[in-house]
Design a protein around this ligand. Structure first.
Ligand code: FAD
Length: 238
């Protein structure tokens, strides 16, 4: 049986058949089949670990690459404490983000049975018309947050470690506190592994490039040259 096609369709059909048998099509489909990951996250400080964890929990197949060892001290996520403040003086826009972060830290604590965040209150100190105090009060007003304004005598009575100069005030944020950054990092990675993420330490990403399908990240071990539909870079400046 002969099928008669109009010239334009004939040209398109021939082009499609040529493509199906071409080298380009072979590599493209091989990449689709071989790709084990939907996302590659470069850098496993607390931001990278959180990213790996949340993607894995959403069912993504994630690869996390960290060039150094777990808990290393050459980034920003090591040490004993990081402050968390609800009354963000920098801008009230941050307040809902911090409130969501509170919920997520508590969820992570429950999931891992680890204490990560201590809420013990915090004080923001400055001149009454300065950036810190006015910004803190603006966040408190816009989001209806509980707070107290303390003069130097009240501050000394309640927080004896602080001796304020005359003319300064302190704004008490009762929902400020601190996090244990190394424990947070470990907790995220534990949950990420449990959700199926592949985590590799001592494995720097040497380069990444778009490859027509998504991205490919190259690590020193050639086996770990990996493809994914997206990549998240969370490295630092070291
Ligand atoms: C002294 C200090 C005090 C701070 N205090 C506070 C605070 O009180 N409150 C607060 O909220 N924030 C605070 N911060 C900020 C907060 O700690 C950082 O924003 C946060 O830790 C950043 O995490 P990160 O994952 O982005 O970066 P990092 O922790 O630096 O992680 C980046 C990772 O990328 C890895 N990497 C780099 N290149 C590659 C590569 N090619 N391949 C694979 N891996 C790579 C690095 O080894 C590193 O582990 C503070 C920061 C510092 C330094």
């Amino acid at each position: 049986m002969t099928i008669h096609l109009p010239p334009i369709l004939r040209r398109q059909t021939v082009a499609r058949i040529k493509y199906l048998f071409s080298l380009r099509s072979f590599w493209f489909h091989r990449a689709m089949i071989n790709s084990r990951h939907n996302a590659i996250v470069v850098g496993l400080g607390v931001m990278g670990s959180a990213t790996v964890c949340h993607l894995a929990q959403r069912g993504w197949r994630v690869l996390g690459l960290e060039r150094l060892t777990p808990g290393h001290a050459l980034g920003s996520s090591h040490g004993d404490s990081r402050v968390i403040r609800e009354m963000y003086f920098e801008n009230p826009l941050y307040v809902p983000l911090v409130q969501r972060a509170h919920e997520l830290w508590r969820e992570l604590e429950e999931r891992t049975g680890t204490s990560l965040m201590i809420i013990n209150g915090g004080i923001m100190i400055g001149p009454p018309h300065g950036l810190v105090v006015t910004g803190t009060l603006r966040s408190a007003a816009e989001h209806n947050l509980p707070h107290e304004i303390l003069d130097p005598a009240e501050t000394r009575a309640r927080f004896p470690a602080f001796s304020l100069a005359d003319g300064l005030v302190a704004v008490l944020d009762p929902r400020a506190g601190f996090l244990d950054p190394e424990a947070c990092n470990r907790a995220y990675l534990d949950v990420a592994r449990g959700a199926g993420a592949e985590i590799r330490f001592n494995e720097p990403a040497l380069e990444w490039m778009p490859d027509g399908y998504g991205v490919r990240a190259r690590a020193p071990d050639t086996d770990s040259s990996s493809q994914a539909r997206s990549e998240s870079c969370r490295p630092n400046s070291w």
